[in-house]
Design a protein around this ligand. Structure first.
Ligand SMILES: [Zn+2]
Length: 468
C-alpha cells in the first residue's frame, strides 16, 4: 500500500470514528513480527534480559543487510543481562547523525494480577495487550522495523540513523542505566545532532477521537531530598515540646500548603496557547488569562486544581515517605521524611533547596539532597524540528493540533539532553486518555495506533534525514 493511500485510510477512520484496524500491509506484518518477538522477551529487572531483546533486534537488522560491525549489543561489564542495542544505519555523512532512542526494559508485571499473560502478545478488540505494548516496545520495534524497511528500499539518508535501545530506563536511579553507560563509554558510537524518543503522549479523547498530537520538548529535573530532625529523646511519659516528629510534621504541613511560583517557558507557553484552543469555557479562558502579562492569579489558582496544569507551570515538591521514632513508649530520637521535587527546567536546583528551607521554616530540619541532579535544559523548538512534525501531522491527522509539552516525569532523554543532544518526544502514537495501563495492569495500545506510529516515524525520520 502506498503511503498516500494509507493517509486516506487513516483519515477515513478518523472521520468515521472507526476503531477497527485496516488490513495490514506487508511492512505492517513485518513490524508486527518484530514487535511480537520483542514484547514476548521478558525484560523486567527481576527475571528478564535486555540482552536477549537487544540480540533479537540485532539479528533482524543484520538479516536485513546491515553490516555486523554497525550492529552492536553492548552489555555492562558486571551486568550481562543489561544489554543495549546500538545500530548504525549509514547515510552519506553530509549531516550529523539522528538518534532513534527507546528503552528495552519494562516495569514488572505479575501474571496473576493481569487478565492475560503479560509476556504474550494478545490482539483483542482492536488492541494489542502486553507489558511494554506501549512503553516502550512499540517505539523500539517501530524504529527497528523502519530501518529494515529503509534498507530494503535502498534508502540513503544524508545523516546516519543510530538506533539506541537501552536497558534500565525504568529504574531510577540505576547503576546499570544503559544510556548513562553509553554516554560515558561509547559517546562516539551514539553521538548525534538530536534524538527522537518516547514521551510525546499524543492523546485520543474518551470516544477515540484524535484530540492532540504532541511533541515533548523538555523534562522536569528530578531531585529528592531527605529531611531529618534528631533529638535526645527520652521517656514518653515525660514529654517536652522539643519533639523530632512535631518539628518535622510542622515543616511538612507548611510545605503541603505552599506553592512554588508560577513560571512559563517557551515550551509551556506554547502548550497553554494550543490547549486554550482545544479546551472550552472557563478552562480555555483561564489558559488565555495566564498567558497575559501579568498572568491572572485567579486563573492560575483555578487551573492548578488539575495536577497536569499545576505540574506544567510550577516546580513541585511533595513529601513521599516518612520514618520516625523507635519505640511506642519513647520520645523520638530521629524523624525523617523524603521529599521529591520536580523542578522546572532552567530553574536553579540550589534555589529550590533554599526555598524548601524557607518554607519548612525550622532550623532543626536538616535538608540533604539524596543524589546529584541531572539537569536538562529544554531543547529548542526550532522550525527545523517542529516543521516536519506539523507537516506530517497535518497530512495524517488533518485539523488535529500539534501541542508542545513539558514532561513532568522522566525518561532517558534527561541524560541525552544533559549530554548536549537535544531530545524530543514524538511518536505519532495516540494514547487513550486513561493512560493505557502503562506501568500498571493490562497495558495496551490500539492496533491502529501502532501502525500509525510506524508510518509517521517512517516518514518523519526521512524528513529529518533527507536523501533518497
Ligand atoms: Zn518508557
Amino acid at each position: 500500500m502506498s503511503s498516500v493511500r494509507q493517509v486516506v485510510l487513516f483519515g477515513a477512520a478518523l472521520f468515521a470514528g472507526a476503531a477497527q484496524s485496516q488490513l495490514p500491509t506487508p511492512a505492517q506484518r513485518e513490524l508486527r513480527e518484530i514487535y511480537k518477538e520483542l514484547v514476548e522477551i521478558n525484560t523486567t529487572d527481576s527475571a528478564g534480559s535486555c540482552t536477549d531483546a537487544a540480540n533479537a533486534l540485532a539479528a533482524r537488522l543484520k538479516a536485513a543487510g546491515l553490516p555486523s560491525q554497525d550492529v552492536r549489543v553492548i552489555a555492562l561489564p558486571d551486568a550481562p543481562q543489561k544489554g543495549n542495542l546500538v545500530a548504525r544505519y549509514r547515510g552519506t555523512g553530509a549531516k550529523k547523525p539522528l538518534m532513534l532512542l527507546g528503552h528495552l526494559d519494562v516495569v514488572e508485571a505479575k501474571r496473576e494480577d493481569w487478565e492475560r499473560d503479560p509476556f504474550k502478545l494478545v490482539e483483542e478488540n482492536g488492541y494489542f495487550y502486553a507489558r511494554g505494548a506501549s512503553d516502550d516496545k512499540s517505539m523500539v520495534a517501530v524504529f527497528t522495523a523502519n530501518l529494515v524497511r529503509y534498507r530494503r528500499e535502498g534508502y540513503r539518508p544524508e545523516r546516519d540513523l543510530i538506533q539506541v535501545a537501552t536497558c534500565d530506563e525504568e529504574i531510577v536511579p540505576s547503576k546499570y542505566s544503559g544510556i548513562v553507560y553509553l554516554l560515558k563509554n561509547h559517546r562516539d558510537l551514539i553521538d548525534a545532532e538530536f534524538a527522537l524518543n518516547e514521551g510525546g503522549a499524543a492523546l485520543l479523547d474518551k470516544s477515540g477521537k484524535y484530540q492532540r498530537m504532541t511533541i515533548q520538548a523538555g523534562e522536569k529535573v528530578f531531585q529528592t531530598y531527605q529531611l531529618e530532625v534528631t533529638n535526645p529523646g527520652g521517656h514518653s511519659s515525660l514529654p517536652v515540646k522539643d519533639n523530632a516528629i512535631t518539628h518535622l510534621a510542622g515543616g511538612l504541613a507548611r510545605l503541603g500548603a505552599f506553592d512554588f511560583p508560577f513560571k512559563l517557558s517557551a515550551t509551556t507557553r506554547a502548550y497553554f496557547e494550543a490547549m486554550s484552543r482545544i479546551e472550552s469555557g472557563q478552562t480555555a479562558a483561564d489558559m488565555k488569562a495566564i498567558l497575559r502579562e501579568p498572568p491572572d492569579a485567579e486563573a492560575i489558582a483555578r487551573l492548578a486544581a488539575s495536577p497536569i496544569n499545576n505540574s506544567t507551570f510550577r516546580t513541585t515538591c511533595v513529601a513521599t515517605m516518612l520514618d520516625a521514632g523507635h519505640a511506642t513508649n519513647a520520645l523520638p530520637q530521629r524523624a525523617r521524611a523524603t521529599v521529591n521535587c520536580r523542578i522546572l527546567p532552567g530553574e536553579s536546583v540550589a534555589d529550590v533547596q533554599q526555598t524548601l528551607a524557607r518554607v519548612l521554616a525550622d532550623d532543626k530540619i536538616r535538608i540533604t539532597p539524596t543524589h546529584e541532579p541531572t539537569l536538562s535544559p529544554p531543547p529548542p523548538l526550532t522550525p527545523a524540528i517542529v516543521g516536519p512534525v506539523e507537516k506530517l501531522s497535518g497530512e495524517m491527522w488533518p485539523g488535529v493540533p500539534v501541542v508542545p509539552t513539558l514532561l513532568a516525569g522522566a525518561t532517558d532523554g534527561r541524560f541525552t539532553i544533559n549530554a548536549g543532544i537535544p531530545t524530543y518526544g514524538v511518536s505519532g502514537m495516540f494514547r487513550d486518555p486513561d493512560g493505557s495501563g502503562v506501568h500498571g495492569l493490562n497495558e495496551r495500545i490500539r492496533v491502529r495506533t501502532l501502525y500509525e506510529g510506524h508510518e509517521f516515524l517512517y516518514r518523519l525520520v526521512k524528513l529529518y534525514a533527507g536523501g533518497q
